[in-house]
Design a protein around this ligand. Structure first.
Ligand SMILES: [Zn+2]
Ligand SMILES: [Zn+2]
Length: 333
């Protein structure tokens, strides 16, 4: 029996045949196991969902009752059986609650990575390499040019700019789930104690993280603040808001974005990012290769990003690899 005999790609998503359930399905299904709560992985409307408590909590915070009629909370390494298929979740280190999905069936083990990174992140549990026969990996930054700098270096860049321009508002574009809270936490760890101002779209999930015990310090709504109050302050907003009229309320702002994509100079220029911060929640090229080695997988399927180079590299390393062309909505990040 091969892995392709029991793990199939259907229009809804990755389907586990003998257990009759989907991984991160893009369309509503009766039974879904969800790796993490980014909207390209976690869609509303599934009948029953299995995921970590944090992932289900975030889905409920975002989708309300549409999140799922039947939530099933799985802690790390707590097994759930779907007929002959055993499912367990292991930390993926990507955002709060993010999991790799371990599938055991008939003596074979497959691991679906979801999105992951190896760089330590104070807002979520660290990635654990899981030995397996098949590793289904993401490849968002699957090109040799992608080598992410240490996060501390990027945070220092931001702090330096705040010192250098004490009267300019620093407006940084961040994704609502994960990046926003990680950036705040990394700043707090350096001793930055000033209030941080949030666009309305970021408040909900910051409250959720705080309620989970992740200390974010004093956060204030940006819309309620007077112009003068925002001089020299740090404002966080979704990237789209900084491209729109929302940013016009700020006086002479320093505009920046925090994303792994900021390594691509052209992208930083396109977004008019005066202060590009390379802060990625995905594995870079060396960490993708290191992870594949550490799983000791005999076979690799690549999804979700730049597949070709990673497949070529696996083949050179003697590991059979192929793309898993996923039909999925546009990535949230
Ligand atoms: Zn993600
Ligand atoms: Zn993703």
């Amino acid at each position: 029996m091969t892995f392709a005999d029991w793990i199939q790609l259907r229009p809804e998503g990755i389907y586990i045949v003998p257990g009759d359930f989907y991984l991160d399905p893009a369309r509503p299904v009766p039974r879904a196991v969800i790796s993490h709560a980014h909207t390209d992985h976690a869609r509303p409307g599934h009948q029953a969902v299995w995921a970590t408590p944090a992932t289900i909590g975030i889905m409920q915070a975002r989708f309300g009752t549409a999140a799922t009629a039947q939530p099933n909370f799985l802690d790390w390494h707590q097994p759930a059986d779907f007929g002959p298929v055993r499912v367990t979740l292991a930390p993926a280190g990507h955002v709060l609650g993010s999991a790799q999905i371990i599938l055991d069936f008939a003596g074979q083990r497959a691991v679906y990575s979801g999105d992951y990174k190896l760089t330590p992140d104070p807002t979520c549990t660290a990635f654990e390499p899981i030995p397996c026969g098949l590793f289904i990996t993401e490849a968002t930054f699957g090109l040799p040019v992608f080598v992410h700098p240490p996060p501390e270096q990027e945070i220092a860049k931001l702090l330096r700019s705040l010192q250098l321009f004490p009267s300019r508002t620093h407006a940084i574009g961040v994704y609502a789930l994960g990046k926003c809270q990680r950036l705040i936490r990394l700043l707090r760890e350096t001793g930055y104690a000033a209030p941080i101002y949030l666009h309305g779209a970021l408040q909900n999930l910051c409250h959720f993280y705080s309620a989970q015990g992740i200390e974010l310090g004093e956060l204030r709504p940006a819309t309620a603040a007077a112009r003068a109050e925002l001089a020299g302050a740090l404002v966080l907003a979704p990237p789209s808001a900084l491209r729109e009229s929302w940013a016009r309320r700020l006086t002479d702002p320093v505009i920046g974005f925090a994303s792994g994509w900021m390594q691509v100079r052209q992208r930083a220029r396109q977004q008019n990012a005066e202060l590009p911060l390379i802060l990625s929640d995905h594995a870079d090229w060396p960490d993708l290769l290191r992870t594949i080695r550490e799983t000791r997988a005999g076979e690799v399927w690549v999804t979700h990003g730049q597949e070709d180079a990673l497949i070529r590299q696996c083949t050179l390393d003697g590991i059979p690899a192929r793309p898993l062309a996923l039909l999925r909505p546009e990535a949230e990040e």
